[in-house]
Write a protein that binds this ligand. Structure first.
Ligand SMILES: Nc1nc2c(c(=O)[nH]1)N[C@H]1C(S)=C(S)[C@@H](COP(=O)(O)O)O[C@H]1N2
Ligand SMILES: [Mo]
Length: 251
C-alpha cells in the first residue's frame, strides 16, 4: 500500500511538474518570472466570468450512476483518532466547526441531518484522468455556516482531514465563502443510498460540483473559518496545492 501510494504520489507530482515546467518556459520568454502567480489570479477571474457564483454543475439521472465509484488517494486512514471512531461505526463522530464563527460547534451526524438535507447526482473528475458519477446525500454547507454564524471578515472555509499523507501532514483543502454557500456544496455522508464507505471518505466528506477531485476532501475532522490560509501548511490552501496544483480547480 505504501508502494502504491508513493507511486501515485510520484505520478501526480510528475504531472504537476510538467505543467509547471511548461509555464516556466512561457514565463521566461513572455511574461517574466511571476507568471504562475499571475496566471492563477487570471484563472480565478476568468473562471468567475465564465461561471458566475450562481452557475450549477450538471446533475445526472439514476441511470447515469457509475457501477463503481473508484476510490482514490487515501482509502484507509491509519491515524489512531480515526481508527477509534471507525471501530465504533462512527457513532462517536463529531464534526468540529470553529475559527471565525460566533458559535463554535461539535456536530453529530444526527445534528447534521437535521440542518438541511440534499441529494444530487454529479460527476467527479480526477486529474489522473478518470471520472465517476455518483449520487450524494448530505447537508448543505451553507446551513452549517448559518448554524454557527460566520464572522463577516472570514473569507475561506478550511477542511482538515483525519488522514496523513506524509508523516504528520494531514490532508487539507479550502474553498472560498461563495463556493461554500453554493447550493451544490454538501457535506456528504451517503453515496448511492448507502452510508459513505470508508474508501470514499467515511463518515463525512466535502462534495462541490464545479471543481476537480482533489478539492473533494474526505475524512473530515474539522472545519475552520479563516481570513487567510497563508499560515496553514505551506500556505497554498491545500495538500495538493502545496505540491503545485491550482487552488481554483474549475472543471
Ligand atoms: N482526505 C483526503 N481527501 C481526498 C483525497 C485524499 O487522499 N485524502 N484524495 C482526493 C482525490 S485526488 C480524489 S480524486 C478524491 C477521490 O475520491 P474517492 O476516493 O471517493 O474517489 O478524493 C480527494 N479527497
Ligand atoms: Mo484526484
Amino acid at each position: 500500500m505504501t508502494d502504491r501510494r508513493s507511486f501515485l504520489h510520484m505520478t501526480l507530482v510528475g504531472a504537476a511538474g510538467i505543467l509547471v515546467a511548461g509555464c516556466d518556459r512561457i514565463s521566461q520568454t513572455m511574461w517574466g518570472p511571476d507568471v504562475l502567480g499571475k496566471a492563477e489570479g487570471l484563472n480565478r477571474r476568468v473562471q468567475a466570468l465564465l461561471s458566475p457564483s450562481s452557475s450549477m454543475a450538471k446533475e445526472y439521472t439514476e441511470a447515469d450512476i457509475s457501477p463503481t465509484f473508484h476510490p482514490n488517494g487515501t482509502t484507509m486512514p491509519t491515524t489512531p483518532a480515526y481508527r477509534a471512531l471507525m471501530a465504533n461505526d462512527f457513532r462517536d463522530y463529531r464534526l468540529q466547526v470553529g475559527g471565525m464563527v460566533n458559535r463554535p460547534a461539535m456536530l453529530s451526524m444526527d445534528d447534521l441531518k437535521r440542518l438541511d438535507l440534499r441529494t444530487q447526482i454529479t460527476r467527479h473528475d480526477c486529474v489522473e484522468g478518470w471520472s465517476a458519477i455518483g449520487k450524494w446525500q448530505g447537508t448543505a454547507l451553507s446551513a452549517v455556516l448559518d448554524h454557527v454564524g460566520v464572522d463577516p471578515k472570514a473569507r475561506y472555509v478550511m477542511f482538515h482531514c483525519f488522514d496523513e499523507m506524509d508523516e504528520d501532514t494531514p490532508y487539507y483543502e479550502s474553498i472560498d465563502i461563495t463556493e461554500a454557500r453554493h447550493p451544490q456544496t454538501l457535506l456528504a455522508f451517503a453515496l448511492n443510498d448507502k452510508p459513505l464507505p470508508v474508501p470514499n471518505g467515511a463518515p463525512l466528506r466535502l462534495r462541490i460540483g464545479r471543481q476537480l477531485g482533489y478539492k473533494q476532501a474526505k475524512y473530515l475532522a474539522r472545519i475552520e473559518l479563516v481570513s487567510s490560509f497563508e499560515d496553514i501548511g505551506d500556505g497554498q490552501g491545500g495538500y495538493w496545492e502545496d505540491q503545485g496544483y491550482e487552488w481554483y480547480a474549475g472543471i
